[in-house]
Structure formats: C-alpha cells, structure tokens
Design a protein around this ligand. Structure first.
Ligand SMILES: Cc1ncc(COP(=O)(O)O)c(C=O)c1O
Length: 349
C-alpha cells in the first residue's frame, strides 16, 4: 500500500487527549486455536455478537503506547516490548490467548505506518497514541471464556492528557473507593479495573482535584496509584520512591523514570510501600506518570479533609520532576542519546 506522505492539516499544538478517527486500524482474529494473519481495515466499528464475553464479563484487555517524531523525522516507539509483555500477562490472567510478539509488533507498526499522515510532527508537543486491544467475541451466555478473540490496534493523534502544554501541575484527592483487591486484577491492564473508577474520578473532581488517588484496599494506608497513572515521590535525602503494590499497573513510564533518576541524577531509588500519612511530611515533590500523563507534577493531595501541598506551595514544577521529565521526553522524542536502547524505530519506507 502506498503511504500518504503529506501530513494532515491539523492544529497539532491544540490537540487534547481525545479520540480522533484516523484512516486505518489493524485487526486479527483467533479462532479454533489459531491467529489469523491480520490486516488493515478502514472501519472504526467492530461488529460483535450480543453475547460476546467482552461486553458482559469484561473479558478484554488493552495497552496504551505512543509514537513520536524525532528531529530527523524518524518515527519512534518507546519500549514496545514491555507493552507486548504486559498485554500477554493480562491475557493469561483472563484466560485469553497470548498475542505473539511478532503479531503485536506487526499490528502496531502497520497501524502507525498506514496512518503516517496523522503522526504529529516533531516540535508540536503532540504524539500518536496507539491502543492495542484484545477482546473476547462470539456467542456466549454462561460465565466462561470466549471461543473467539479479536486483536485490534487503532491510533489517534493526541495532545497533553491534562489541559496545558508541557508539564501541568495537577492535584489528587484520596479516594474512599477501592480500585483493586490485593489479589485481584489491579496489576493488569484490563477494562474491568476502569469502569469502577469513573465514580472515584468524578468525586475527586467535585473536590477540585484532577484525579483520584487510591490507597491499598486492605488497609487504606499505603499509596497504590492514581486513576490512570503510577505515582513517584521525591523525598528528602535525594531519594525517588515509588509504591510497591500487587494491585497497581506496572507502568512502563514509572520503571523508565526510576532507571533514569538513578543513572543520570544519581538519586537513591526505592520501590517499596509508601505510608501516605506517616511519610507525607517528607514528600518534596510528587508526580503522576504514565504514557498519557507523561510526567505530571502533583502540587497537592487532598487527605483526611485537607490539602497537603508540596513544592512551590503546590503551584510550581519542582527541580527533580523537571529534570526527570526532560530526560524521559528527550529520549522518547529522539532528542537525547538513548543509551538504554529504549526507542524503536518504525520504518516508514
Ligand atoms: C491505572 C494505570 N496506572 C498506570 C498507568 C501508566 O502505565 P504506562 O506508563 O505503562 O503507560 C496507566 C496507563 O497509562 C494506567 O491506566
């Protein structure tokens, strides 16, 4: 297929984090124990049976990743092997077939390549968000695994998750709703974790916060994560700490940021439970991190009926998060040397 080289005429810098229909998506099906080759299709609509387990019992999982344009025009993914691995962990947890790495990457690369015109140019601050998904389809009624599955990849050009270019300082409110049980599905990127969080987000927003902050559901003591991002905390003594929990998503961004902080900023990095109320006095800077959120500094957290503020009276971006952001984004956009070989080029020609 010939690739349209001209870019769409979009106001790239004004894009928000919304779905925008692009030209092609990839689809492969699993029936009788075998994956089809898969192909690009143009319709954004999936026709599924009314009995599909994805619709009733949330037998589905998904991934989120981004493609960005480097200064020299190369199109870069960031650590896609970790997304493939995580999708297969979710597949195993929900009794769905694994998507072989080769199929996952072919689906992602073909989707990116076919929608080249929609990939935001370098310097726009925007990127191409990629959503691989695996759903249980076909006729079913009782609670049992689907007989057929679809692996689909679509994409959409997006701007910042929180409205404001660059780093937006956000706020979180501790939720009294639980996101995930200790031995439940919190560590997997499955749709079932998210519908239950819509109310928590709404309640947090009613308090003037951007998002809910979940504590561990067993004791409501330790930080778990935010609605769509992991948490990192810069603490006194040049430490960068992230919560260890069986109930949170193993964020690709968080794992990368912790490595960069150790490697380049010589910080002491710790992955351990964080007791919110006992340790909050030592919090110097806090951030939410994820593919969509990138690294969003958290200026304040609503805890037990009051706002607890961090760097710059809760209004400013602190020096640690600024440095970590610059390193992460610089590598993802191909502006800084990629010493860990984390970026993956999607060849366009
Ligand atoms: C609940 C949740 N936590 C954390 C993250 C961040 O993970 P990643 O950095 O792999 O995007 C996401 C997705 O962006 C998420 O949905």
């Amino acid at each position: 297929m010939g690739i349209a080289k001209a870019k769409k005429e979009l106001n790239w810098a004004d894009l928000g984090f919304q779905y925008r229909q692009t030209d092609f998506r990839f689809s492969a099906t699993f029936t009788d124990g075998v994956w089809s080759q898969g192909e690009l299709v143009s319709s954004p609509v999936i026709a599924v049976h009314e009995g599909a387990p994805a619709l009733h019992y949330a037998q589905q999982c998904f991934e989120g990743m981004k493609a960005q344009t480097a200064p020299d025009g190369r199109v870069l993914l960031f650590r896609p092997d970790l997304n493939s691995e995580r999708m297969n962990q979710a597949a195993g947890r929900l009794l769905m077939p694994e998507v072989p790495y080769e199929l996952f990457m072919r689906g992602v690369e073909e989707t990116v390549r076919a929608n080249y015109a929609w990939i935001p140019p370098h310097g726009s601050g925007a990127s191409l968000y990629i959503r691989p998904m695996l759903i249980g389809v076909g006729e079913n009624l009782g609670l049992r695994t689907a007989k057929a599955f679809e692996f689909r990849v679509f994409c959409s050009p997006v701007g910042p998750y929180y409205k404001s270019a660059g780093m937006a300082v956000i706020s979180l409110a501790v939720s009294d709703i639980d996101r995930a049980a200790p031995a439940g599905t919190g560590a997997f990127k499955v749709g079932a974790n998210y519908a239950g969080g819509l109310l928590a987000t709404r309640q947090a927003q009613a308090l003037g916060a951007n998002e809910a902050l979940y504590l561990d559901s067993a004791t409501r003591t330790f930080i778990d994560e935010a609605g769509s991002a992991n948490i990192i905390v810069a603490m006194t003594g040049n430490r960068l700490v992230s919560p260890k929990s069986n109930a949170i998503l193993p964020s690709v961004t968080r794992r990368s940021v912790m490595t960069l902080a150790e490697q380049y900023l010589h910080m002491q990095v710790e992955n351990r439970p964080i007791n919110l109320r006992e340790e909050i006095a030592e919090f110097e800077e806090v951030a939410a991190c994820g593919t969509a959120a990138v690294l969003s500094p958290v200026g304040k957290i609503w805890v037990d009926g009051q706002w607890r503020k961090f760097y710059g009276d809760g209004e400013k971006v602190g020096p640690v998060m600024q440095k970590v952001y610059d390193l992460l984004v610089g590598i993802q956009r191909g502006e800084l040397a990629d010493e860990n070989s984390w970026t993956y080029e999607v060849k366009i020609d």
